[in-house]
Design a protein around this ligand. Structure first.
Ligand code: SF4
Ligand code: SF4
Length: 553
């Protein structure tokens, strides 16, 4: 296909959900034209996760799409680390650690939700590599996978009930927004079906939700994940053991009675070739105005349990992203029909919020949602308007819905009552009522994080490890809506938290004004858009191909 003006199926986002759609659809209907557009310069560059993969949906997808896939080099590489040792730890202070897996096993025995938090038999994977591999499979099947194509907006029909296409971002503006000789206006790609699979807090997805009036029963809640890939010594790797994953609660983000009381925890996952993934995931409803998830990561790495595995190691990659945690009540739906989308537009994976917080996993649901979207399209090639509703039926009859229902009160209970009370309370699962929760940014207070380090986190090195790049001479894609709010309200009260929490050091005070001074460092994590206490920042899409260049995250 050489003319991109019109395609049958346009998928926005080449992550696991979008690529699963393309692969499944080409398997069922080889003659249909499918185009996947991706804002990153290359496949996998913007994909970051822990990641633990529950592989059944992937097996289902590939068994029909790529027979013999298990023998491929890519499969052997991506699925090299099968989990055979599962630790769920509780850290008390900087030295003590307790393995509480027995409690999770007990919960499983009694059918309680926490029992889902067992990962034995799953895979510890790099989602960047998984995405690259799925992209190669999709291309072999004849899918057009176009990297460096950033979508800016969705184009609706006159009735606002379906989409006619997607508009790409303009290229070639200078910092002041003036057209340069190489200016190219973002073209519109028209399509019969539009699949929104942009990942968490997708730009086009959120615009679509607002334009057509989809609603969430409860606001989406987010966590911020910061992660480092660390090359350790052979002895340390052997001591940790390949196939092991550690999830740790408690210090440094919540401690019974004495606080701080933030939701989340740390991870250590075995990778391949003596690499360990070490990360910290923190609920974005934190209340500390001087908190930075990277400080928590530093404290986590310095805990005695973690330190012995990574001391002296070399950080080879790093990055950050948001995770959608609001669960069942935060899935955007058409208030009239209940569709997860509208007309010919379907919302998938993390864009829909299909993360099961009891499992701390969403990749399997993302892939399954892609399979559902493809089946719906295949059934409705002559009636695209019916596809969002059929997609929703398929999701509701799938394992996605079962999981989302089972975990539906977990995150809201924790947001409402804090981890100390909320986590035990959430054992009651579906018996609990729906709790009303505030948006993450509304939780900010003037309180200070108790375990703040004496030195500022080295964000320059962190950003360098993400290999992020943007063309310098373009308008900033970070927009502060009202600078007076910064100067008159935020700085005096909170001390400009964006400067502290942005993992890439994008925001600075220059000549007394808070500014996104270094937009080219941006990791596209969207934390600032969801955590500015005055909801005063908008993340817009930069020119195509900009952003981090993750390879093994
Ligand atoms: Fe505060 Fe938001 Fe302004 Fe930053 S952008 S100073 S967080 S109001
Ligand atoms: Fe994340 Fe915003 Fe900082 Fe970019 S500017 S790295 S989106 S917090």
């Amino acid at each position: 296909m050489e003319n991109y003006d019109k395609v049958s199926v346009l998928v926005v986002g080449a992550g696991p959900a979008g690529l699963a759609t393309a692969i499944q659809l080409k398997t069922q209907k080889p003659d249909i034209d499918v185009c996947v557009i991706e804002k990153a310069a290359d496949l996998g560059n913007h994909n970051l996760s822990g990641a633990v993969l529950e592989a059944e949906p992937l097996h289902t997808l590939l068994d029909s799409a790529a027979p013999g896939w298990r023998d491929s080099d890519e499969a052997k590489e991506v699925l090299a680390a099968k989990i055979d040792k599962d630790n769920v730890m509780f850290f008390l202070g900087t030295k003590l650690s307790f393995n509480i897996l027995f409690a999770i096993k007990l919960a499983k025995k009694f059918g309680l939700g926490f029992g889902q938090m067992i990962h034995l038999g799953d895979y510890s994977v790099s989602v960047s590599k998984l995405t690259k591999w799925l992209g190669q499979i999709a291309k072999k099947l004849g899918v057009e996978v176009l990297c460096g194509f950033s979508a800016e907006d969705i184009v609706l029909d006159e009735s606002n009930s379906s989409a006619t296409g997607v508009k790409l971002v303009d290229q070639g503006l200078d910092k002041e927004g003036r057209k340069q000789p190489n200016f190219v206006e973002g073209e519109i790609i028209n399509a019969d079906f539009v699949v929104l699979a942009e990942g968490c807090d997708g730009l086009v997805t959120e615009k679509f939700i607002e334009k057509v009036g989809l609603q969430r029963q409860s606001p989406q809640l987010y966590s911020v994940g910061v992660k480092e890939l660390i090359k350790v010594s052979p002895e340390q790797y052997d001591r940790f053991t390949a196939g092991r994953v550690v999830h740790a609660m408690g210090y440094p983000i919540w401690t019974p009675i004495i606080g701080p009381g933030m939701f989340g925890g740390g991870i250590v996952y075995a990778g391949v070739q003596e690499h360990l993934s070490v990360g910290m995931i923190v609920g974005a409803d934190w209340k500390y105005c001087d908190f930075n998830p990277q400080d928590a990561l530093t404290n986590f790495k310095n805990h005695r349990f973690v330190k012995k595995f990574i001391a002296g190691g070399t950080v080879v990659e790093a990055g950050a992203k948001l995770i959608p945690e609001g669960g069942y009540y935060a899935i955007p739906k058409d208030p009239q029909t209940g569709a997860i989308g509208k007309g010919n537009v379907m919302i998938l994976g993390d864009s829909a919020g299909f993360v099961n917080m009891l499992k701390i996993k969403g990749l399997h649901n993302a892939i399954e949602s892609g399979i559902c979207a493809a089946k719906s399209i295949a059934e409705n090639t002559n009636n695209p308007q019916a596809s969002a509703l059929r997609y929703t039926e398929l999701v509701e009859n799938s394992n996605i819905d079962k999981e989302m229902q089972s975990a539906k009160n977990f995150r809201q209970a924790v947001a409402k009552f804090g981890p100390l009370l909320g986590m035990p309370l959430s054992v009651l699962g579906e018996l609990l009522p729906k709790f009303k929760v505030e948006k993450d940014y509304e939780a900010m207070t003037t309180a200070h994080y108790k375990f703040k380090g004496s030195q500022n986190f080295d964000k320059d090195t962190f950003t360098a490890m993400a290999a992020t790049e943007h063309r310098e001479d373009q308008p900033s894609h970070l927009r502060i809506i009202n600078r007076n709010t910064c100067a008159q309200k935020c700085v005096p009260k909170y001390g400009a938290p964006c400067i502290t929490f942005c993992p890439a050091g994008v925001y600075e005070i220059i000549n007394g004004q808070v500014k996104p001074a270094n937009p080219s460092n941006c990791l596209h994590c969207k934390t600032c858009q969801r955590k500015c206490p005055f909801d005063n920042i908008r993340w817009t899409v930069p020119e195509s191909g900009g952003g981090p260049r993750y390879k093994r995250m």
